[in-house]
Design a protein around this ligand. Structure first.
Ligand code: CP
Length: 303
């Protein structure tokens, strides 16, 4: 059985194939073709143990546009609350003849664990602070769309790197494609191992922005940290928040990205998030084509 558990398990060719497939699906969507029969015999369960807006809706739309049968499971309204284990939960879902599981879970490695215990294709929709592979794929796909290619571009990921699955998956994806990557944020929110991934650390936001072609702004993940990591939201915003004045003072127009959800006024001001330099909603749009491509490529190995 094939899975998408993390970018760590992909190579450059895999990413190219996903992008070429997503190009095709994006063209299909843009021609206003709402549905293709590609996954007509496939049943997919979206099981979410953590909140989501973009990932969950975009997987469901991707599945429906490919004509898959879809069931949705939210842990909050399930028998997980009565103590049922992850493996029991998923095996019960699979006994209803489900072929693929798209899972978001708060525990790092939950998808890897599940893939070893159940007979279904697992797609990781975010596992704790570990990986969020489809987010990184749609991010790189959006850079490629905006700048022509990812290779050779200077990308800075700004914010809470320590708790971010988006950062780790992006670093793997960007490095595979030959981009130059820096991370920027408070020292307490940058893990020590990050430089071993071929990434440079810059703690001065202005310098990072002067260097980059693209800044990917991350949210501070308060739900994953205790108070000791950083003093206050106000100080964070002063040092690591991007605003229009700062962007306008640079001698070039950089591309602004954000995986969402945005905390307006904290890591990014509204006039930046909603500006022409921002491709935030294009990222969301591309998420559907990317997820169609991933599901199609995995399902073609199931059939
Ligand atoms: N980017 C992202 O994963 O957003 P959601 O948490 O809303 O799915």
């Amino acid at each position: 059985v094939n899975h998408l558990l993390g970018i760590k398990y992909l190579n450059k060719k895999d990413i190219q194939l996903i992008f070429e497939t997503a190009d095709h699906f994006k063209e299909v969507i843009n021609r206003s073709i709402k549905k293709v029969p590609t996954l007509r015999d496939i049943t997919i369960a979206n099981i979410f143990f953590e909140n989501s807006t973009r990932t969950r809706l975009s997987f469901e739309l991707a599945e429906k546009r490919l004509s898959a049968d879809v069931v949705n499971f939210s842990a909050a309204q399930s028998s997980v609350k009565k103590g049922e284990t992850l493996i029991d939960t998923v095996n019960n879902i699979l006994s209803m003849k489900v072929d693929m599981v798209v899972m978001r879970h708060p525990n790092p490695g939950a998808g890897i664990f599940l893939s070893k215990h159940v007979k279904a294709s697992i797609v990781n929709a975010g596992d704790g602070a570990h990986e969020h592979p489809t987010q990184a794929l749609l991010d790189s796909f959006s850079i490629r769309e905006k700048l022509g290619e990812v290779g050779g571009k200077n990308i800075v990921i700004v914010g809470d790197i320590l708790h971010s699955r988006v950062a780790l998956s992006n670093i793997f994806a960007l490095k595979l494609q030959g981009a130059n990557v820096k991370v920027c944020g408070p020292k307490t929110l940058i893990p020590k191992y990050i430089t071993s991934l071929g990434v440079e650390v810059e703690t001065d936001l202005r310098k990072a922005l002067e260097w980059c072609d693209v800044a990917n702004m991350l949210r501070v993940q308060n739900e994953r940290m205790d108070i000791s990591y950083f003093p206050s939201t106000r100080e964070y915003t002063q040092q690591f928040g991007v605003n229009k004045q700062l962007l306008d003072s640079l001698d070039k127009q950089i591309v602004i990205m954000h995986p969402g959800p945005i905390n307006r006024g904290v890591e990014i001001t509204s006039d930046v998030a909603d500006s022409d330099q921002s491709i935030i909603l294009h990222q969301v749009e591309n998420g559907v084509a990317i997820r169609m491509a991933v599901l199609y490529l995995l399902a073609s190995k199931i059939k």
